[in-house]
Design a protein around this ligand. Structure first.
Ligand code: ATP
Ligand code: MG
Length: 414
């Protein structure tokens, strides 16, 4: 017998939950389309290098979270842990550089080997947006405005806040990196084991260490913003001005970083206090170095990804299923006629639930359970007169109508 439990960190998504995910994903897609983004779908698995090379070999994702396996042909394959690397790969493989700037929206499952908890799964869903080919802060302003607008249309503006920081350009980053390492070297003995490992490879990541000892040291560390050169400052100022002009509120979080080398300038995160430890709902930044580093033409990029489950958990108004019309045959003859009528109405765009069995009482109960807005009762004797009874399930009012003109009487229930 197979184990009947789903694999840890995965789960079945039943219709009720699916509706909430649909609402999140469809809202995101529709808003993104208004901003000129087109949907792209890349494969759910890629050669491992696509992620290992781009995410950096010190990132949590690559060191601890990837689902990697050898396929039957001996290739190392990884289930995608995030969307940007695949989109960048697709941009290069499809030779799209003639078409810049490009705006992509994506949605779909991602896979990370993590400790499951509320809002954290091993298979989860993301929606995301990538803007390729815009080097100016205008690109970051637009991509953040898009994120804010999606959250707004999901009714979540009051539950999230935008945190923003600048990592500066490559030159500023390397100046800062040296200053930070010098500082941290002096506190080597008190750093956590994990941070010690990062000190050589990826010291910036120590800034967002969750370890309390590390945090105390980080509190006295030099600040990134003090190492920003004039160009980087100007970039950040333009970004902030643009957001202010659009009325997108933000907080400057001096400690917000994205650990990977190809990130520059903009880093941002929409966070919430309503999901416990899983506070980030949407995160992104500028990655001008990524596509070049993958072997493509140097191409600036900026984008973000959001967790669909986390956003769905925050939704206040749940999306209800569309109310149906229950077709209820009463008697043997009526049963086959009911099927024909149900089919006819569905073709015309109505949502129809057909009661399959049981006496009238049982079938009415089902109509109630599925929250039908109207019922069409078809009795054998009524059928001989070519009529049925339409019952409004909310008011209980009912009237006899001819079957030919059924649609006229149902117009309000579409
Ligand atoms: P966290 O700090 O929560 O681990 P992260 O920095 O790993 O997040 P990103 O890689 O920036 O997250 O992914 C963008 C978004 O995807 C997150 O803000 C979150 O909403 C969602 N997300 C990330 N990992 C998971 C997961 N394991 N389960 C559900 N949602 C997730
Ligand atoms: Mg994570």
């Amino acid at each position: 017998m197979p184990s009947l439990k789903p694999v840890r960190g995965t789960q079945d998504i039943l219709p009720e939950e699916h509706r909430q995910y649909q609402r999140v994903e469809e809202t995101a897609l529709h808003v993104a389309e208004r901003y000129g983004y087109g949907e792209i779908t890349t494969p759910i698995f890629e050669f491992t290098d696509v992620f290992a090379r781009t995410l950096g070999d010190t990132s949590d994702i690559v060191t601890k979270e990837m689902y990697t396996f050898e396929d039957r042909g001996g290739e190392s394959i990884t289930l995608r842990p995030e969307g940007t690397a695949g989109v960048a790969r697709a941009f290069i493989s499809n030779g799209l550089q003639q078409n810049l700037p490009l705006k992509f929206f994506y949605r779909g499952p991602m896979f990370r080997y993590e400790r499951p908890q509320k809002g954290r799964r091993r298979q989860f869903r993301q929606v995301g947006a990538e803007l390729l080919g815009v080097a100016k802060p205008l690109g970051d302003i637009e991509i953040i405005a898009l994120a804010a607008q999606i959250l707004n249309e999901l009714g979540l503006s009051g539950k999230v806040k935008l945190e923003l920081n600048s990592l500066g350009d490559t030159a500023s980053r390397s100046v800062y990196r040296d200053r930070l390492v010098t500082y941290l070297e002096n506190h080597r003995d008190s750093l956590s084991k994990e941070s010690l490992e990062r000190l050589a490879k990826n010291p910036l990541r120590i800034l967002d260490s969750k370890d309390e000892g590390d945090q105390a040291i980080v509190a006295g560390a030099p600040l990134l913003q003090d190492s920003l050169n004039d160009d980087s400052r100007e970039f950040f100022n333009q970004l902030k001005d643009g957001l202010n002009k659009l009325g997108v509120a933000f907080e400057h979080n001096l400690k917000l970083v994205r650990g990977l080398d190809y990130y520059c300038h903009t880093a941002f995160e929409f966070t919430t206090e309503h999901l416990g430890a899983q506070s980030a709902v949407l995160a992104g930044g500028r990655y001008d170095g990524l596509i070049g580093q993958m072997g493509g033409p140097a191409t600036p990029g900026t984008g973000w990804a959001a967790g669909v489950e986390r956003l769905a958990l925050l939704l206040e108004e749940k999306k209800e299923s569309k109310r149906s019309i229950a077709v209820i045959p009463v008697g043997g003859e009526a049963e086959s006629e009911a099927l024909v009528i149900a089919e006819r109405l569905r073709t015309k765009g109505y949502t129809v639930d057909l009661a399959y069995s049981g006496n009238l009482k049982k079938r009415m109960k089902r109509a109630n359970n599925v929250n039908a807005c109207a019922a069409i009762l078809l009795g054998d004797d009524e059928l001989t007169r070519n009529v049925g009874t339409v019952r409004d399930m909310d008011s209980g009012d009912q009237k006899e109508v001819s079957l030919e003109s059924l649609e006229d009487h149902l117009a309000d229930y579409r």
